[in-house]
Ligand binder design. Structure first.
Ligand SMILES: [Zn+2]
Length: 73
């Protein structure tokens, strides 16, 4: 299916933000989409950082609880 699609339209990409067809090798169709993409990337990175902190804290709590149950039997 994707082969037929390529034959019809030629090699091309889609805007990562709005999905518009754009020349092959491009990532975004406009400055507006680029700005939006950058903002989303920043949000994503911040969320990723927060989830790492959360995982770290959860791990620390588990280790502390485990150590506490070991030492205070
Ligand atoms: Zn776009």
């Amino acid at each position: 299916m994707s082969k037929k699609y390529d034959e019809k339209w030629g090699p091309h990409s889609h805007c990562l933000v709005c999905g518009n067809a754009i020349p092959d090798g491009e990532k975004m169709c406009s400055e507006e989409c680029k700005a939006k993409f950058d903002l989303d990337q920043k949000k994503y990175k911040r969320n990723q950082k927060l989830s790492y902190i959360f995982i770290g804290l959860t791990g620390a709590v588990i280790i502390i609880l485990f150590a506490a149950s070991y030492f205070f039997k």
